[in-house]
Design a protein around this ligand. Structure first.
Ligand code: GLV
Length: 317
């Protein structure tokens, strides 16, 4: 029997024991002889780390890591870890079951807004039968950020008859979705997006990208749904755009600071719906299976850069 592969887990505020069970199950199913332990401050010469917002001590203690697995799609919290070694390969999750849940969330809020159910606490409160019924041309849904999750969301909205547009940094093609790219494509994309769904990761390029100038390019009364990262939005500009009527409403699941501070104006703005970062809870089993599969490939000699979810640090995702 080979020596077990030493793996260290540092999962922040995630449910440790449930994650350890999921990892153990996935490693066994993949035929991996692995020994996973929670980081306790002591070195165990781990070969791989499985993390969510790990303490810097993990990297100063475990100095022989060959790769670190981020138990989530967004890596900005890991990239800003002050002790992250510059050459340590990072592998993040790719969809891993988050995309369908996020698409469900987006479609739920589309259904709500297109029926006027977000107004005045809904028709039941007013005993009002005369609400909007979506009989006209369906509004177009523009998805910013069309990686695995954004592309899934864009395709999902077409199932319900919404025309879908996508925007990304570099050119992409998705069947049934009109795709735009780069600074040149942004204006045309925004001008047609009655609903703007933001799925962008937080990078140097996307930070504060959704500002007054960008909101002004949307059709008047457009709606925003943010399931990407809060730091991509200029909070004060969003409030101004809602107050002026340039934006009709905003559904926000992610925030610049999380948990959203209790005194933040988003909590009680009449045109904002706040949800506490729950649109795409990471399903443990598919996530663990993706990590196990990647470790199998690394152990067989694959280069980390060839794995799905390999993070290009200069790009920021
Ligand atoms: C959640 O926000 C994630 O990055 O997976």
């Amino acid at each position: 029997m080979s020596t077990p592969i030493p793996i260290v887990a540092a999962l922040g505020n995630m449910a440790q024991s449930a994650w350890l069970d999921a990892l153990a199950g996935a490693f066994a199913a993949a035929g991996l002889n692995a020994d996973v332990a929670v980081f306790d401050g002591r070195a165990r010469d781990a070969r791989y780390a499985v993390v969510w917002l790990p303490p810097p001590e993990l990297f100063t203690t475990e100095t022989g890591l060959r790769a670190v697995f981020n138990v989530g799609a967004g890596v900005e919290g890991l990239l800003t870890n002050p002790a992250l070694p510059p050459d340590l390969p990072i592998i993040r999750l790719v969809d891993a079951g988050m995309a369908p849940k996020m698409a469900e969330y987006v479609c739920f809020y589309l259904a709500r807004a297109t029926r006027g159910l977000d107004r005045f606490g809904g028709p039941q409160k007013l005993r009002d039968w005369n609400v909007d019924r979506p009989r006209g041309t369906p509004p177009a849904v523009g998805v910013m950020g069309i990686g695995a999750i954004g592309a899934y969301i864009a395709r999902a909205v077409t199932v319900f008859g919404y025309p879908a547009l996508g925007w990304s940094r570099t050119e992409k093609r998705i069947d049934g979705v009109r795709c735009y790219a780069g600074a040149d494509g942004l204006r045309e994309f925004l001008a047609q997006s009655n609903f703007l769904v933001n799925v962008l990761p937080l990078t140097n390029e996307t930070e504060n990208l959704l500002d007054a100038k960008l909101f002004a390019q949307l059709p008047r009364g457009a709606h925003l749904i943010n399931v990407g990262r809060g730091g991509t939005i200029v909070d004060a500009d969003l409030i101004r755009a809602l107050d002026s009527g340039q934006l009709g409403s905003a559904v926000l699941d992610v925030f610049r600071v999380e948990p959203l501070p209790r005194e933040h104006p988003f909590w009680h703005h009449p045109r904002i719906t706040v949800t506490p970062h729950l649109s795409g809870p990471t399903p443990r089993e598919p996530a663990a299976a993706q990590i196990a599969e990647a470790i199998v490939r690394l152990e067989a000699g694959a280069s980390p850069a060839t794995l799905p979810g390999f993070v290009e640090r200069a790009r920021g995702y």
